[in-house]
Write a protein that binds this ligand. Structure first.
Ligand code: WQD
Length: 365
């Protein structure tokens, strides 16, 4: 039996695949490679010393999805695929609804066709909206302020209706706080496209000399030092939270939401200081206007996941900074391959045939 990971070539997905392989699962990845990078999966195989099956497949391609379910006995699905940039979602809402909502419907219909009813869904703390005062627990009211967050909330509600229509489904909704850091090997990590919108990849690019300085969005928030406070969680801790959720949905039925966070709030200035200590690099910064849509503080009450998933984050902010720095230092241009003379060639290492219109190409990287 295999675990299908949609979006497995992305930042969270690649770290999850490494943990799944190391835990002995057989892993199948479906990714359209819009955000993910095939090189990350090649390195996952290198880290885990095991191969995985990779399909270049967009969730909207129902024929391609059917091919995957025909080729593999899928026991459960961990659904990470989706667009995730808040700002972009405001400019391109239709693209976000098409990819994140319609794509999920296509996946669910295929799962139902093959009688696969176990699902872990990548949701987000964004569903709590801007009124939640931390520590935030799963029972808090939900409300969203941008199309990206709304796609997450809509999918959660779709999954609730699906379970109500057929209680044989077993679903875990994982609400991520702020994932940062990288695998301790330094071989996989966060590789944002273009200018990073998130704090940590921006910091690491300043540290490596790719960016001049960090702009800190607001220092007049009602927080300990005036800068935004967030619950940063190590991406490997996030991945192990998925494995615990997988064990739960395999063992039982129902639908439940879980916060994946540390329960600790860290300010922008505190993260900058921790990163400077870990990397030995100065991070020049200046304060600028608040970013629209930002909340002052957000951090989890992670006790439900501790109780019901027997999971807690174990890595602290220093490890997150050290691992993020190791990845960036070893991969100044992310997964792009540097060649002589500094020319960058994005080497797409997929060695298997790509999706044919009627069939599905499979192979290992
Ligand atoms: C963190 C803090 C910023 C960049 C977002 C999404 C959320 C989730 C995680 C997907 C804030 C400050 C940032 C910069 C800064 N993604 N900051 N300068 O906004 O908490 O959450 O990513 O699920 O859905 O909303 O994360 O890293 O963008 O910001 O000062 O250049 O860093 O104001 O206080 P955020 P972030």
């Amino acid at each position: 039996m295999s675990i299908l990971v949609t979006g497995g070539a992305g930042y969270i997905g690649s770290h999850l695949c490494a943990e799944l392989l190391e835990a002995g699962y057989d892993v199948v990845v479906a990714d359209n490679f819009v955000n993910g990078n095939a090189e990350s999966l090649r390195r996952v195989e290198e880290i885990a010393h095991r191969s995985l099956s990779v399909y270049r497949c967009d969730l909207l391609d129902s024929a391609g999805l059917r091919g995957i379910f025909e080729n593999h006995r899928i026991e459960a699905v961990i659904h990470l695929a989706g667009l995730k940039a808040v700002g972009e979602s405001v400019e391109e809402p239709l693209s976000y609804y098409r990819n994140n909502v319609a794509g999920t419907l296509s996946l669910l219909e295929t799962m139902r066709r093959f009688e696969v009813r176990k699902l872990v869904f990548s949701s987000s703390a964004t569903v709590y909206g801007s009124t939640a005062s931390p520590p935030i627990s799963e029972g808090f009211s939900l409300g969203v302020t941008n199309p990206y967050g709304r796609t997450k909330l809509v999918v959660e509600e779709i999954l609730g209706d699906l379970h109500a229509s057929d209680p044989r489904w077993s679903i875990a909704l994982l609400r991520y706080f702020n994932p940062i850091g990288a695998h301790s090997s330094g071989r996989i990590g966060e590789d944002p496209c273009g200018v990073p919108s998130n704090l940590m990849p921006y910091i690491t690019q300043v540290a490596i000399g790719q960016r001049e300085e960090l702009r800190i969005f607001g220092n007049d928030y009602p927080t300990l030092d005036g800068t935004g406070v967030r619950d940063y969680i190590h991406v490997v801790d996030l991945a192990t939270g998925h494995l615990q959720a997988l064990r739960k949905i395999v063992a039982s039925r129902g639908i439940d939401a879980y916060n994946l966070g540390t329960g600790y709030g860290v300010s922008v200035l505190q993260l900058v200081k921790a990163f400077e200590k870990a990397s030995g690099r100065q991070i020049p910064f200046r304060f600028v206007e608040r970013r629209p849509g930002d909340v002052a503080a957000s951090y989890a009450d992670p006790s439900k996941a501790a109780r019901e998933l027997e999971w807690r984050a174990t890595r602290g902010i220093d490890a997150m900074c050290l691992d993020a720095w190791r990845w960036q230092l070893g991969n100044p241009m992310g997964y792009a391959e540097m060649r002589e003379g500094g020319q960058i060639i994005h080497e797409n290492r997929i060695r298997h045939s790509v999706l044919a219109v009627s069939g599905v190409g499979e192979g290992s990287l």
